[in-house]
Design a protein around this ligand. Structure first.
Ligand code: SAM
Ligand code: SF4
Length: 438
């Protein structure tokens, strides 16, 4: 039996797409290659959101020349966001002749056919379509094992934040039909999954393109009503589209977890304006306080970019000030990376790398202190934890998450998928430790 390996870069949407690629290859008779095996087909499902990601992927593609030398029949595929950029697919195919297949984001389901054509002809298969396609239903998938399933509810993004390549490579926003989503949740639950994570680049804009009046709140209600589902999560929310009804729905629906990932990107109004984010620092802070008022036990996490074009000391100080005031549970921090074709890439005022580096270090230091402090406050309290399985780092303990998405390690013989009450005994930056509370 021929084998495949998929290496996924980037966001959870890419993880989900890789499950579809795995499903398609499995249907065609391939099996996942073992850890020490040279696969017959290797698929790199790529990301281009920052230059660092691209560099890493090109490094990996070059490394795969050695695989081709050991196993000349191996098929190498580069798919997804990176080749979807204008001109990128042709350039990959021309300069990296050991790459056999190049597909963009709108036609990854062609992977099965591409592999068979290359196996038969040994010619390159390069196919990128420059317009988005309607959400495709009914594609096979091999889900990553575990208690949590990714579920894409909408594709693309219409926001055009000035720094971001996503709308160009993922196309315009389009939502799946609520009936399809609910049916998928039901299948996942009967397949043993306990938690679903609803995915969209701007998930709380769900429904806008349907024109039926359905929105993210009605979707949350639909999903929450599925019998046997323990938890619903969602990401990523855009602050501008987070309505008060959504706050209330998250508070009231039993399966919907009280964790909101709400990228702020900057604490400066002038930078937010240049980023085309569509909200002010005051509006963001107001939303954060309404979320916390409705759900005092919720967790709030964010994304922040430092070194956006023209970001001066005062603007960066505004970001630091917002971070200190809001005390996020965690923040993903990024140095601005210019992306060809985006508006920000044309903006004056490039921030030197050393300044970006200094700013990100300062931000990470302060945020880590906040995260540690917030976690220390959880010591002694009891939280519902969904058991995921043995911890990767220390298999002698079990790992699971609280509804607030905090990772907890504890000793227990309860199987994965169980809900247990855990009293927190000690805390760190990334994990908490606890013991089962009978
Ligand atoms: N749609 C989501 C949102 O609005 O936050 C996620 C988009 S992106 C895949 C994830 C994060 O990458 C963004 O929130 C932003 O902080 C960061 N990002 C996007 N473009 C970037 C760029 N050009 N340079 C640095 N960070 C970037
Ligand atoms: Fe990119 Fe902004 Fe869309 Fe997020 S909301 S994917 S940051 S354009």
């Amino acid at each position: 039996m021929s084998t495949y390996r998929i290496i996924t870069y980037g966001c959870q949407m890419n993880e989900r797409d890789s499950e579809t690629i795995a499903g398609i290859l499995t249907e065609r008779g391939y099996r996942r290659a073992g850890k020490d095996e040279d696969p017959d087909v290797i698929v790199l499902n790529t990301c281009c959101v920052r230059e660092g990601a691209e560099r890493k992927i090109f490094g990996k593609v070059l490394e795969l020349k050695a695989l081709k030398a050991r196993h000349p029949g191996a098929i190498i595929a580069v798919v997804g966001c990176l080749p979807q950029q204008p001109g990128a697919a042709e350039s990959i195919a021309r300069k990296l002749v050991h790459v056999d297949i190049v597909l963009g984001t709108h036609n990854i389901e062609r992977i099965g056919e591409a592999v068979e054509r290359v196996a038969a002809s040994r010619c390159q298969f390069v196919e990128v379509i420059d317009h988005e396609t309607a959400p495709k239903e009914g594609l096979p998938s091999v889900r990553a094992p575990g208690v949590r399933a990714w579920l894409t509810v909408m594709y693309g993004c219409d926001n055009f934040c000035s720094y971001c390549i996503v709308p160009y490579v993922r196309g315009r926003e389009r939502s799946r039909l609520p009936g399809e989503i609910k049916a998928e949740v039901e299948r996942l639950v009967s397949g043993g999954f306990k938690e679903v994570v609803l995915l969209g680049q701007n998930v709380n804009a769900y429904g806008r393109t349907l024109g039926t009046g359905e929105d993210f709140t009605t979707l949350l209600r639909d999903v929450d009503s599925v019998k046997g589902l323990a938890r619903t999560r969602f990401m990523t929310s855009h602050p501008r589209d987070f309505t008060q009804e959504m706050v209330v729905a998250v508070r009231d629906l039993p399966t919907v977890c009280e964790h909101i990932h709400l990228p702020v990107q900057s604490g400066s109004n002038t930078v937010l304006e240049r980023m085309n984010r569509g909200y002010t620092r005051e509006q963001y802070m107001d939303l954060a306080s309404r979320i916390r008022e409705a759900m005092p036990d919720s967790s709030l996490t964010t994304d922040i970019i430092v070194g956006f074009p023209g970001e001066d000391e005062r603007e960066f100080a505004d970001t630091m000030d917002l971070v200190k005031r809001l005390e996020f549970d965690a923040a993903f921090t990024f140095m601005y990376s210019p992306r060809k074709g985006t508006r920000a890439a044309q903006m004056p005022g490039e921030v030197p790398f050393s300044t970006k580096k200094g700013r990100i270090s300062e931000l990470i230091k302060v945020q880590n202190e906040i995260t540690q402090k917030k976690n220390r406050e959880l010591a002694g309290r009891v939280f519902e934890v969904l058991v995921e399985g043995p911890s990767e780092r220390d298999p002698s303990v079990m790992a699971g998450r609280t509804r607030q998405n905090k990772m907890v390690h504890f000793r227990s013989d309860r199987p994965p998928g169980s809900l247990v009450n855990i009293r927190i005994t000690s805390t760190g930056t990334w994990t908490l430790r606890g013991e089962v509370q009978e």
